[in-house]
Design a protein. Structure first.
Length: 180
């Protein structure tokens, strides 16, 4: 059996096409299951649209259990120091642990509910979805004290919570007076 040169070239071209098709299928299949991808999400409390990368691990915040109070910029905008703001974040994390068994990773201030008057701030907190809210009051005293009171009259979110008047971290207190 004598195969002509034309047939050899045709066989080589077919083998080359088969290898390219196989390699393309392999790459497509491998990329389909890649660990890095971006997912579009909508915050059920605030309606804000964002993106996450689910296979890259959870976001980390500077609170003991990873709970973060989102939509909280108005606290800073209405007279809280950075230290008081961070203490509020810490208190919300403690509330989440004590009353909610860390059920929610993101607790948000419901847009349009924040009010401030002479160091007393009030807002509704959204726990997971807009229909699940509690009332929050933040009381600021001087530059170093914070108290957060959460009212849950129905008791469906662990009941009422009062942090008591707490002093912010001493490093912030001493730094604020050293710079003056």
């Amino acid at each position: 059996m004598n195969i002509s040169r034309k047939h050899w070239v045709l066989i080589i071209i077919l083998l080359f096409i088969l290898v390219i098709v196989s390699f393309t299928i392999y790459i497509f299949h491998k990329n389909k299951h890649a660990p890095f991808y971006i997912q579009r999400v909508v915050n059920q409390c605030t309606g804000v649209v964002g993106t996450i990368t689910p296979n890259q691990g959870p976001e980390k915040y500077n609170t003991p259990n990873g709970v973060f109070l989102s939509g909280s910029q108005p606290i800073l905008d209405n007279g809280a120091t950075q230290a008081q703001y961070e203490k509020v974040q810490e208190i919300i994390a403690q509330y989440s642990t004590a009353k909610l068994s860390n059920k929610y990773q993101n607790i948000a201030i419901v847009p349009g509910t924040f009010k401030a008057n002479l160091g007393v701030m009030t807002a509704k907190l959204c726990l997971g979805q807009k229909s699940n809210t509690v009332d929050m009051t933040i009381k600021l005293s001087g530059l170093i004290y914070v108290e957060v009171v959460i009212n849950d009259p129905s008791g469906k979110n662990g009941g009422d919570y009062d942090s008591g008047q707490l002093t912010v971290d001493s490093q912030f207190y001493s730094n604020s007076y050293e710079s003056e």
